[in-house]
Design a protein around this ligand. Structure first.
Ligand code: MD3
Ligand code: FE
Length: 217
């Protein structure tokens, strides 16, 4: 039995939306954390500013990113990898804020993964028109660890594909405060984001910010 199955008999819970056998959307799970997350995020960005990385193919990504935690995800002409240093500053990434780690552990537990201790947090920023093509996340050393994703700001359409790139993707809206937990057999599914629509969010402004908590090493 997992903690998403409180009664042990499959009784559905409000706000818990299964996407797959080991993937679940926790609607609004981060809402009461947002006031702690937002200033922590601003501190991270002050130390490690947003940047547009290059893909190994030489394209500039439309999504801007930064990282916090012991390891950060980076991309350049040589490929994708995790790095302990910010390539722009040569310094370690900012520490993982306590609010990020606390939310990650609680959300992972609610999604059925006990004892999740992330060491990396990739933070993505979408402005209207920015998108992310279908891909798999496989740069982490041990793919048995789950990933916890937190959405803030403008609503967006998540593309939830299958085990193969050509598999038809389901469109799942993700709203401010939604948290998604993915692991197990769903960990290597193809996924992406449709182009962000225009809008304004009272806390976050004309953008969507997503951060993913991971165990990279
Ligand atoms: C499904 N980010 O950073 S989060 C990414 O909203 C990424 O910025 C998107 O895909 C974003 O790699 C989607 C949701 C997500 C993250 C990791 C996953 C979904 C996943 C790993 C495996 C399966
Ligand atoms: Fe991804």
């Amino acid at each position: 039995m997992t903690t998403t199955d409180l009664f042990g008999d499959g009784t559905p819970q409000a706000g818990v939306m299964p996407l797959g056998p080991r993937a679940v959307v926790l609607r609004g799970f981060a809402l009461h954390w947002a006031r702690a997350l937002w200033p922590a995020l601003k501190q991270v960005v002050a130390q490690a500013p947003w940047r547009h990385m290059q893909t190994p193919g030489g394209q500039r990504m439309s999504v801007a990113l930064t990282n916090c935690g012991a390891f950060g995800w980076v991309s350049d002409r040589h490929g994708y990898r995790y790095s302990a240093l910010d390539p722009d500053s040569g310094q370690p990434w900012p520490a993982l804020p306590a609010s990020f780690a606390g939310l990650a552990a609680q959300a992972a537990l609610a999604g059925g993964f006990d004892g999740f201790t992330p060491d990396a947090c990739l933070i993505n920023r979408y402005v209207p028109g920015a998108r992310m093509g279908l891909h798999q996340d496989r740069d982490e050393r041990d793919l048995a660890h789950p990933i916890v994703s937190v959405s803030l700001g403008l609503p967006a359409v998540f593309l939830w594909g299958g085990a193969r790139r050509a598999d038809r993707a389901q469109r799942v809206p993700l709203l401010h405060g939604d948290v998604v937990v993915w692991g197990g057999e769903d960990r290597l599914r193809f996924h992406g984001m449709a182009p962000l629509s225009e809008g304004h969010h009272p806390l976050v402004g004309a953008q969507r910010i997503n951060f993913t908590l991971r165990r990279a090493a």
